[in-house]
Design a protein around this ligand. Sequence first.
Ligand SMILES: *Cc1c(COP(=O)(O)O)cnc(C)c1O
Length: 344
Amino acid sequence: MSLTLHLDVEAWRRHLAQTRDAVPGLVPVAKGNGYGYGLARLADEATRLGVDVLAVGTSPEVAAVRAGGWRGDVVVLTAWSALDPTAVALLDDPRVITTVGRLDDLAEVGRRRPGARVIVELLTSMCRFGIAPDEVARVRSLAQGLDVEGWTIHLPLKASDGAREAAALAERAVAAVPAPVWLSHLSPAECVRLGDQLPVETRLRMGTKLWLGAPGTRRTSARVLDVHPVRRGQKVGYWQHRMPRAGHVVVVAGGTAHGVALSAPTAGATLKQRLTSAASGAMEAAGFALSPFTIGGRKRTFVEPPHMQSSLVFVPAGVPVAVGDEVPVELRLTTATLDEIVEG
Ligand SMILES: *Cc1c(COP(=O)(O)O)cnc(C)c1O
């Protein structure tokens, strides 16, 4: 089985260091599948970058980045809940900064662990977590006895005017409790400008643009595990679909467990696409979905939906393909699980 990420480590690290240098107060975000690299790997890279704090998504991910060697402060981005035993236990950890998104929870954290390090989340147009702007004034008294390390503002990716929204919220919050403002999804320049407007420092959290920001530093490939000649009309696969043409069924590494199903666009979704496919005589015209695997210079169609760890794709007769070939595969790295990372 091999779905492989080929990484030009030197070039990637140059990009990471440049980003760190361009973003004062950068807080790298390592969460979920570790943006395809894994949390331990990102923890190691964050250590090399020499940043003072690393953000994780959920409370159990604190242990995951520490397993990767991280020794600095960790901020948990998901708002604290008394229903999360790991988050409750982490209140006692002096290197963990807890995000709090509700007034009741702020009171609860204060009761359970006086002196806990917290940042208070402000509700934005995201409408996810956070204290509403008109509740900000109440934070001052509730936060007494807590170590308020900042306010946090998480803007939508598609904000109509993110910088203005952030500035209005931040001014209101900082007037109530003067503390640094932690931001997401602003440009570094917008973040610096906001810092100049405020009497406190700003910090910018970044995941995708940091870890996945230099696409030229990586490529993903899938190994060809087997190849079988098929006749026109032959039934193939779990679902015994008939092949509309003669050619080869190619078994490639990469299935639903790798996140391949999610990245496979459905071909022929629109009438126009179907007509284009029909005109070019492609498999898509017969209802076969386009796969993310490129063989012989173009993306090939799935014979059927991906299996757990491999996929069946069809190539017409005459396309050279052999067992052991490494073929390009297009993956969204935030939803992919790779079998291995090969450094070059
Ligand atoms: C996940 C997350 C980020 C990082 O998002 P990217 O789009 O990957 O940069 C930043 N801030 C918060 C609060 C998050 O939850």
